[in-house]
Design a protein around this ligand. Structure first.
Ligand SMILES: Cc1cc2nc3c(=O)[nH]c(=O)nc-3n(C[C@H](O)[C@H](O)[C@H](O)COP(=O)(O)O)c2cc1C
Length: 406
């Protein structure tokens, strides 16, 4: 299943990065380099794609990525992460989505939507946030889901996955990381339920496993299903590495094709992986090493890859099967193709002096817009300007979203 050359051949850069990978469902990735899930903020505010979004995914496809993942695609417009998210449902503009798929799958690239639900962290002006349990803490209030609402989740995800398959996407990634709904179920910080969905790691995992089962039933045996997980919430009282490892053990008994290992949480006062301003190498490699021992499911690692030698080293260790990059792919959308040449070439990270909170992620988001408009040469924003433009655009989209979905 894994076609990685032997680890003695560590100089064979193209061998490690360029070899194909057959997933358990039979689908084949053309190489080992993925464009990580990013919420690109390029939906039109009504849950449909824009021309800039289609162009952005076309650039990553032409740029050689094996998989490109659209962050935060919602099956339910009531709990979005942002008003630039896509929404899959009967109201969707299928023609625009198919155009996005056609362009984003150029050259055999896999294009997967990340199926999201922000739960307690749903975007406030658009949402009455609901998580596994009611919470009332500074900067975070939400209601708790009823048992009926929890039991509806598997069919919600399955319908979105089936929609994705029918419009031509080549797989889906279920989002169970970064503090959003399924991570909230897994995390004892958010999940205080005393029914079958709270308590032990098994109980906290129950809804996620039920979702994966229902998604599999909907899309059939040969369609790739991945899951993005937190190796740790990096929060006191949150999901620990030991719990996360137990969850991986449980995933091993599911029909999932790819486990995307990440970490960190969007939570008041917490630091998210996307806010990093430097990289000392892959963030969650130690956890991946432990995960490798408890599952045979292919592992993808996201977070902190900035140089080709780091990617080659991680793959050559045999611990992970796919290297996934977010910020590096924003800096160079052709990074995969470049890394598969003899010369290589690593992205030059910008240096920001005391950026405002949220400013780094906003800077990368606004650069995504510039890429989608083929205009990155003229992109000169600093994080504070980016944050202002990003928030103003979201405020305009909030109005469109509410008009469409309320
Ligand atoms: C602009 C931006 C948007 C992001 N949106 C998402 C998202 O929607 N879903 C997700 O799982 N991760 C999201 N991330 C996190 C990345 O997938 C990744 O975990 C993080 O940036 C660390 O990887 P890196 O070091 O390669 O950037 C986002 C990151 C950035 C920079």
């Amino acid at each position: 299943m894994t076609n990685v050359p032997s680890s003695s051949d560590t100089l064979d850069v193209r061998g490690f990065l360029g070899s194909s990978l057959e997933l358990p469902c039979g689908a084949v990735l053309r190489n080992r380099i993925a464009k990580a899930a990013m919420s690109d903020s390029l939906g039109n505010g009504e849950g449909d794609p824009t021309e800039a979004q289609a162009r952005l995914y076309e650039r990553w496809a032409e740029g050689g990525a094996a998989i490109s993942i659209i962050g935060e695609v919602q099956g339910d417009p009531k709990y979005p992460e942002k008003p630039g998210n896509l929404v899959f449902g009967p109201q969707s503009d299928k023609r625009a989505i198919q155009e996005l798929v056609t362009r984003g799958t150029a050259k055999g690239t896999h294009l997967w939507p990340q199926l999201g639900h922000a739960g307690a962290l749903s975007h406030l002006p658009l949402s009455d946030p609901k998580g596994p349990s009611p919470l009332d803490m500074p900067g975070l209030q939400c209601a708790g889901m009823s048992i009926e609402e929890v039991k509806e989740l598997p069919s919600l995800y399955a319908e979105a996955a089936l929609f994705a398959k029918e419009v031509g996407f080549t797989g889906v990634l279920v989002h169970a990381g970064h503090g959003f709904l399924l991570n909230q179920f897994l995390s004892p910080l958010f999940n205080h339920r005393d029914d079958a969905y709270g308590g032990s790691v098994e109980a906290r995992s129950k809804i996620v496993l039920a979702i994966l089962e229902e998604v599999r039933r909907a899309v059939g045996a040969s369609f790739p299903i991945g899951i993005k997980i937190n190796s740790t919430d990096k929060l006191e009282g949150g999901l620990t590495e030991d719990d996360a490892l137990e969850f991986v053990r449980l995933l091993d008994t599911s029909s999932v094709d790819l486990i995307d290992i990440s970490g960190g949480t969007y939570f008041p006062g917490a630091k998210a992986s996307s806010e990093g301003t430097s990289s000392g190498g892959p963030y969650f490699m130690d956890f991946a090493r432990r995960a490798r021992e408890v599952t045979k499911v292919p592992l993808m690692l996201t977070g902190g890859f900035a140089r080709r030698d780091q990617a080659v080293e991680a793959l050559s260790s045999g611990v992970i099967d796919v290297v996934s990059l977010a910020r590096a792919m924003v800096l160079n959308p052709s990074l995969a193709a470049d890394w598969l040449t003899d010369e290589g070439g690593d992205p030059a990270y910008p240096k920001f002096d005391s950026p405002p909170k949220g400013g780094v992620t906003a800077w990368y988001s606004m650069r995504l817009t510039a890429l989608g408009e083929d205009n990155e040469q003229a992109f000169t924003m600093d994080p504070a300007m980016a944050l202002r433009d990003y928030e103003e655009r979201d405020a305009r989209r909030d109005i469109l979203w509410m008009a469409k979905f309320s």
